[in-house]
Design a protein around this ligand. Structure first.
Ligand code: GDP
Ligand code: IMO
Ligand code: MG
Length: 426
């Protein structure tokens, strides 16, 4: 069995947490491959709503092993508070959660640098979650970073001090006030607690598991349009969110990848700055935001909302090699008379059907196809044959345009509100 990958195809928050939780019973191992506590992956089951930040969304299922891969960046404080919450819920975290020694650490000063960098950008700010993600990946690629494995070394404190000294020098160029003494004690306390958890060389662990025929699911964070290379640069995150990130972030060779599950919402959302061709600024946009409870799970910020963007979706399908599509939040569109879907753009006077290099709003406007909406409440449905005809037409249309089968249609946040459309493929 090959390693399957599950990732978001839009600007994040597509519902990855929910679907990983739904699919986990099929897998022995779930591994997160990039990102860090900028992610907020929500799961709902048995009346519980839980948001995971760094920990893979397979953690709630009986026997699954969950791995935080080398491509992830870890804030010990956030991670320990996640672990504590899970322990309170009765999850046996210690035996189910393994960490790659190679994962990089987010230091308190990385968070400060994130804030200073955003403040300096002013109106041009990225809209970062301010969790220290960008500065930590910069230190990783700049070969200055601290890794989880370092916390076990006698030289750890000296390495920490040397890096913090570099950070202080950078911060001194910013008009930015901070008090590191307020941040460090809880960080070192969390590091001490982390020392008691199992660290592994996850690339060996995963490849051995693969050779022993274990089933493995790689869980992405953020979305393809936030990818550092293929997203709407510079309004992106600092890691490769696409399928290739699963190879580098877990140590899986490309020829071991099997299915690529691509998740998208039946519409689009974006949180933070950056171009969003189909963004709605009207009542329909508000309606989608309110129906879909589109407020950030990490920052609480209202998410920007808009219609489904097919050229952008096709781009994401292409760069990821998506083998099946999973459509989320179809229930949120219930009650709209008309649903629009962008099929092409007007770009500098021409009609194009691909996502161009620069898709700033002043250069590009969407061209829509209109489709009939539906009134029927979907949230109690448990069989795909119950969905209204106009939703079925909408799904068929997207499938035809992308050329990829839509195998799951999600109709509510709970685990159970999941309709399997093509049983033979899922
Ligand atoms: P992730 O980051 O991709 O895991 O997504 P988030 O958890 O940040 O955001 C998705 C939100 O939509 C969460 O609040 C989920 O509980 C919720 N959700 C997931 N699937 C559905 C669905 O099919 N319908 C509705 N109404 N909500 C959903
Ligand atoms: P999940 O995994 C949605 C966005 C931020 C900002 C940009 C850069 O829950 O889908 P960063 O903190 O990485 O420097 O922010 O990326 N962003 C997300 N948006 N969902 C996420 O994660 C996100 N992680 C980062 O809003 O625009
Ligand atoms: Mg999220």
């Amino acid at each position: 069995m090959k390693v399957d990958v599950l990732l978001g195809l839009q600007w994040g928050d597509e519902g990855k947490g929910k679907i990983v939780d739904v699919l986990t019973p099929k897998y022995d191992i779930v591994g997160r491959f990039q990102g860090g506590p900028n992610a907020g992956h929500t799961l709902e089951f048995n009346g519980i709503k839980h948001v995971l930040r760094t920990i893979p969304s397979g953690i709630f299922h009986g026997n699954s092993i969950n791995i935080i891969g080398n491509g992830v960046v870890i804030d010990p404080v956030v991670l320990m508070s996640e672990i504590e919450a899970l322990i309170k819920m009765g999850v046996d975290v210690r035996s189910k959660l393994l960490f790659s020694k190679r994962a990089h650490l987010i230091l308190p000063t990385h968070r400060l640098l994130d804030a200073a960098s955003e403040a300096a950008k002013g109106k041009e700010k990225i809209g970062s979650t301010l969790k220290g993600i960008g500065p930590t990946y910069m230190d990783k690629t700049g070969r200055n970073g601290l890794r989880l494995g370092d916390i076990m070394l006698p030289t750890f404190k000296a390495k920490y001090d040397a890096l913090v000294e570099k950070h202080k020098q950078i911060l001194s160029h910013h008009q930015f006030e901070y008090n590191l003494n307020d941040m460090e004690p809880e960080w070192f306390n969390a590091v001490d607690q982390l020392k008691t958890y199992t660290q592994i060389e996850s690339e060996h662990y995963i490849n051995e598991a693969f050779n022993n025929k274990k089933s493995i699911l790689a869980e992405g964070a953020q979305g393809s349009l936030l990818d550092i290379d293929f997203g709407s640069y510079p309004f992106v995150t600092s890691s490769n969110t696409i399928c290739a990130g699963a190879c580098t972030g877990l140590g899986i060779a490309p020829n071991k990848i099997g299915k690529v599950y691509g998740i998208f919402k039946a519409y689009c959302t974006r949180v933070g700055s950056g171009p969003f061709p189909t963004e709605l600024f009207d009542e329909t946009g508000d309606q989608i935001r309110n129906n879909g409870r589109e407020f950030g799970s990490v920052t609480g910020r209202p998410r920007r909302t808009g219609w489904l963007d097919l050229p952008a979706l096709k781009y994401a399908v292409m760069v990821n090699g998506v083998t099946e599509l999973l459509m989320m939040k179809a229930d949120v569109l219930t009650g709209l008379d008309t649903i629009k879907v962008c099929t092409a753009y007007k770009y500098q006077g021409e009609t194009i059907n691909y996502l161009p290099y620069d898709y700033s709003p002043e250069l590009l406007s969407p061209i829509y196809t209109e489709m009939k909406g539906w009134d029927k409440d979907l949230t109690g449905m448990n069989d795909i044959n119950q969905i209204p005809e106009s939703l079925s037409n909408y799904i068929d249309f997207i499938e035809k345009e992308t050329g990829v089968p839509i195998t799951i249609v999600s109709v509510g946040p709970d685990r159970t509100q999941t309709l399997i459309r093509k049983k033979e493929l899922v």
